[in-house]
Write a protein that binds this ligand. Structure first.
Ligand SMILES: [Zn+2]
Length: 98
């Protein structure tokens, strides 16, 4: 086993240790369900990575839970489509500028 060749100063040791810390995860908005997720990871809520479904989140649920979640997803999809229609009625170039 090797031994230290020369003692390092307290300042040098403290400068090295100043970089040792926990970092907050890099969160982004999921394109599919709009929940916050870790970037470059599969979404934990909907199981999507980009536009492809990687994990079937409904597979392990009981019948009651599945029905509830499917209802939730349908409501969200409908709200999104209504929001999109609202955007189409007033295009950006025709909207009054504030
Ligand atoms: Zn998602």
């Amino acid at each position: 086993m090797s031994t230290a060749r020369q003692r390092h100063t307290k300042g040098r040791r403290n400068r090295r240790r100043s970089q040792i810390r926990l970092l907050a995860p890099q969160l982004v908005v999921c394109n599919h369900c709009k929940a916050m997720k870790i970037s470059h990871f599969v979404c934990g809520r909907c199981g999507y990575y980009g536009t492809t479904e990687v994990i079937d989140t409904l597979a392990k649920l009981t019948k009651k839970e599945r029905k509830k979640k499917e209802k939730e997803q349908a409501a969200r999809a409908e709200a999104e489509s209504q929001a999109r229609q609202g955007e189409e009625i007033v295009p950006a170039h025709k909207a009054p500028q504030l």
